[in-house]
Design a protein around this ligand. Structure first.
Ligand SMILES: *[C@@H]1O[C@H](CO)[C@@H](O)[C@H](O)[C@H]1NC(C)=O
Ligand SMILES: *[C@@H]1O[C@H](CO)[C@@H](O)[C@H](O)[C@H]1NC(C)=O
Length: 618
């Protein structure tokens, strides 16, 4: 008897040890997978029963559950769940006869609580919202309205000036502009604040917002376009519910205080941040803008436990001068993406054991990775079961030709473990791709067909990734027509089109180059000057500052006699990207975007040195 028990115990112990040694992540993997399945099951029930609880439904529930609980704290003022429920009702009441269920309303606002009131107010009327990036300039902004068909625009009082030059065009298109201010500051713009305050806070019947299909669009979020202008990614209720489960999947609870310094017009802050706060019933500290110097003080003041980040943000925090008691705070988790290994290590060393949770997934993509283990440098971890849920593959990519490698049958080839490849995600009913509003062509461009067999279809993420022997997935680089700078995606074609507007440029090829000490890539353009013309740095400076948001402006210009193309007549950018912007190794004339001189000035070795060692901020 005793020996039997002893044997059993030894068996359990050995199994436990073996499990610890062979599958060190077993429990973490299993727990995480359980959560994914549980959440998936909830969405499946919605699908089958049509009893769908959307983010706004969830918000209304939470507001009934604890109306007095702080929901958003902004600039020191607390807005409870009840406060924003009432205020969004006022917005809904005000517009109940102006808009119809299924209409789209555009929103151009910086972070503030009324962003949420207006968003939810229109959701309660069954409308979809189009979040406009506040950096976008006139020409592109007008285009956004055509994409999503919005007939109403709500604009923050502080952004009204951005509209000055397109107001007449908006009026011609019968788009009504509402400003979140008092009184009339601009002709043809209606004030909204006074009207909201006078409006009733009586709830609108839930029937008005009810949906019967998870694939109904609820948001349009604009991302950089590959053909020049921003494109509207269609966000359905399905995606918004998935994103809202992010904090929960990482173990967030209603006791958490979440710090959101990212712009709400991006999906990270609105869907993961606000949606996730509501899902938990937690509190969100909303910031108008990220400030590295205020960050830790805010965290201590509000007892922040979770913060949202992008890689750049953690780097800025590491670049701050050392302070006293840097580990003295309650932050135990960061949720975001784009954190690089070196910054990650330094961040933990300085600010203590904070669990950094990477979420990989583009706004429009149909795939998501989460690094539930917290392994430094990885964006996620896969396993057998995960691959059953998310069907993705890494395929060989030809950097010179800028396209996936195809074999003699025309099919792509999977890479080996550890090798870098292009990440593709299979499009099927389980993980659909909803594409871009109003453009079949743009949607088609993101789809790769006949990948492994005739007739299959994959979403092309444009990201090069690698998966190691332990199934950890890490991000390597972006390919194709976009690069990231200052946390925003830049479409090279959009910049190329703008450069083409200046008379002395014959041809331009735009790409991103790495700058030491910075995340992402800075814009650079190889330019051919027309034979009878000369390069005019001042003229080019004026153009890019007028037409492009700051993150999209090329920092460096390289004059060339000719631009190499691939066999398919695409610009050959690989060599340009690799050679960077070092004047001592490049014989072509180089120029640098200088804001003090208000011109593109020759890039000298000393300017190059001060950019490289971080003295000159770019
Ligand atoms: C704007 O409204 C006017 C009057 O209702 C109509 O005649 C005109 O065609 C509309 N314009 C557009 C671009 O829809
Ligand atoms: C933060 O936590 C401390 C200690 O638990 C508490 O005394 C303080 O009131 C909290 N502050 C806020 C803003 O909740």
């Amino acid at each position: 008897m005793l020996s039997w028990i002893a044997a059993l115990l030894t068996g359990i112990l050995t199994a436990h040890l073996a499990q610890r040694l062979c599958f060190p992540y077993f429990w973490k993997d299993a727990l995480y997978l359980m959560k994914v399945i549980r959440y998936g099951a909830r969405l499946e029930i919605y699908k089958r029963t049509s009893l769908i609880v959307t983010i706004v439904d969830r918000f209304v529930q939470q507001a009934q559950r604890f109306p007095e609980k702080p929901f958003v704290i902004f600039e020191g003022v607390t807005y409870t769940y009840g406060d924003l429920e009432a205020r969004s009702n006022r917005v809904a009441r005000l517009f109940q006869d102006t808009v119809k269920k299924g209409d789209t309303v555009a929103l151009l606002m910086n972070n503030e609580p009324d962003f949420i009131s207006v968003w939810f107010g229109f959701c309660k009327l069954g409308c979809a919202l189009a979040f406009l990036n506040t950096n976008i300039k006139s020409r592109s902004l007008l285009h956004c309205f055509n994409c999503c068909g919005a007939k109403q625009l709500v604009v923050g009082a502080d952004l009204l000036d951005n509209l000055e030059d397109i107001l007449p065009s908006l009026q011609e298109d019968n788009i009504t502009v509402w400003s979140l201010g008092h009184g009339n500051s601009h002709p043809g713009v209606h004030s909204l604040l006074d009207k909201i305050e006078k409006s009733s806070q009586e709830p609108i019947a839930a029937k008005r917002r009810s949906i019967s299909c998870l694939k109904t669009p609820t948001l349009y979020i604009f991302t950089s376009g590959t053909t020049g202008l921003p494109k509207a990614a269609v966000i359905t209720h399905l995606q918004s519910l998935k994103a809202a489960g992010g904090f929960w999947a990482y173990g967030g609870t209603e006791k958490d205080v979440i710090y959101t310094p990212l712009p709400l017009y991006h999906s990270a802050a609105s869907l993961v941040g606000i949606g996730g706060t509501i899902e938990l019933g937690a509190t969100c500290i909303l910031k108008k803008k990220f400030s590295a110097s205020q960050f830790w003080n805010d965290c201590r003041k509000y007892n922040v436990t979770i913060f949202q980040y992008i890689g750049e943000l953690c780097r800025y925090l590491c670049n701050q001068p050392m302070g006293e008691n840097e580990k003295d705070h309650k932050v135990h988790m960061g949720v975001g993406n784009g954190l690089r290994q070196d910054v990650w290590r330094e961040f933990l060393q300085r600010f203590g054991e904070i669990r950094m949770c990477e979420i990989y997934g583009s706004t429009e993509g149909n795939l998501c990775f989460m690094n539930h283990i917290g392994k430094i440098g990885a964006v996620g971890r896969s396993n057998f079961f995960y691959k059953l849920i998310f069907k993705y593959d890494l395929v060989k990519y030809d950097l010179l030709r800028d396209e996936p490698v195809r074999d003699h049958n025309g099919f792509c080839q999977r890479v080996q473990k550890g090798e870098t490849g292009l990440l593709l995600s299979k499009i099927c009913s389980q993980s659909p791709f909803f594409g871009y509003a109003g453009s079949k062509q743009l949607t088609e461009k993101k789809i790769l067909r006949d990948v492994f067999v005739k007739g299959d279809a994959y979403f092309n993420t444009g990201d090069l990734m690698a998966e190691d022997e332990n199934n950890f997935i890490s991000f390597k680089d972006r390919v194709g027509d976009t690069f990231r700078w200052k946390g925003e995606n830049v479409a090279t074609t959009e910049v190329t089109e703008i450069l083409g507007l200046v008379d002395f440029i014959q041809e331009a090829s735009v790409y991103g180059v790495q700058v030491p000490g910075n995340e992402g890539r800075a814009g650079m353009a190889a330019v051919i000057v027309r034979p009878e013309c000369t390069f005019d740095g001042k003229k080019l400076f004026d153009l890019v500052v007028r037409e492009l948001p700051s993150y999209a402006r090329p920092l460096f210009i390289r004059l060339q006699e000719s631009i190499e193309t691939t066999s398919t007549f695409k610009h050959q950018k690989f060599g340009l990207v690799e050679s960077g912007f070092n004047p001592s190794t490049i014989s072509d004339p180089l120029y640098f975007l200088d804001y003090t001189e208000k011109s593109y000035i020759p890039l000298t070795s000393s300017i190059y040195a001060s950019i490289s060692n971080g003295q000159k901020k770019v």
